[in-house]
Design a protein around this ligand. Structure first.
Ligand code: ADP
Ligand code: MG
Length: 242
């Protein structure tokens, strides 16, 4: 059963055709990794999945339901879909704990005490139990990103979207974030991950999706895409990044 399905998605920015007939299906528990050159439409695709961008054409079907962005569906969808960005986007004036409980308390009306308990468990899970009262500016990039992951998880999403979650990090901090993501994948979370970390893709992805100029050019199991790419554009891209 597919948790999210995208049908003939097209997105324009003015005259720029950023997504061209994108079709995609991600099953429950699957980890899909999206790769491709800068400007190929990876972020736009993720943003269309939770309607941070509204596609001009096509459908996003979540859990069997066509999402209509003009209706209430959007709030429901956004509760079910967590997103982690390249630049963490924590609230700078809030402590780590406050960052994590904000949405559960304000949006989901979870009782504060319960939200705090859960936040503590999530911080433990991402290895930051001792940072509960810290402010984002007191944390390393890797720690901030792990808080951002905990914050997304606090809403109990059924799908997690990651847009280059390690691209802004110093190299020595990349591993700790990837380790949390790998753990999450191991627990069965459905994930769509845009990344340039080909090692992570090889090891963790069930499926690798290569995008070029707004299209999905090739997809398959990591071993297939990395070792026996079928399309010349995929081969060109891989020869530059591997
Ligand atoms: P990627 O994430 O693969 O680097 P993006 O999805 O960010 O690519 O961008 C795809 C194309 O759409 C690029 O040419 C980019 O410049 C353009 N684009 C992205 N967002 C916007 C926007 N808000 N307004 C105009 N053009 C945009
Ligand atoms: Mg991007």
């Amino acid at each position: 059963m597919s948790l999210v399905k995208v049908r003939n998605l097209n997105k324009w920015f003015g005259r720029l055709h950023a997504l061209k007939d994108v079709n995609l299906e991600v099953r429950e528990g699957e980890v899909a990794v999206v790769i491709g050159a800068s400007g190929s439409g990876k972020s736009t695709l993720l943003r269309c999945l939770n309607f941070l961008e509204v596609p001009e054409q096509g459908q996003v079907i979540f859990d069997g339901k066509v999402i209509d962005p003009r209706r209430d569906d959007l709030n429901l969808l956004r509760r079910e879909v967590g997103m982690v960005f390249q630049h963490f986007n924590l609230f700078p004036h809030m402590s780590v704990l406050e960052n994590i409980i904000e949405a559960p308390v304000m949006v989901k009306k979870v009782p504060r005490e319960k939200a705090i308990e859960e936040a503590q468990a999530l911080l433990h899970k991402v290895g930051l139990a001792d940072k509960v009262d810290a402010y984002p500016c007191q944390l390393s990039g890797g720690q901030q990103q792990r808080v951002a992951i905990a914050r997304a998880l606090a809403m109990h999403p059924r799908l997690m979207l990651f847009d280059e979650p390690t691209s802004a990090l110093d190299p020595e901090l990349v591993g700790e974030v990837l380790a949390v993501m790998k753990q999450l994948a191991g627990e069965g979370m459905t994930m769509i991950v845009v990344t340039h970390e080909m090692g992570f893709a090889r090891e963790v992805a069930d499926r690798v999706i290569f995008m070029d100029e707004g299209r999905i050019v090739e997809e398959g199991e990591p071993a297939q895409v990395f070792s026996r790419p079928q399309k010349s554009r995929t081969r060109d891209f891989l020869s530059r990044v591997l």
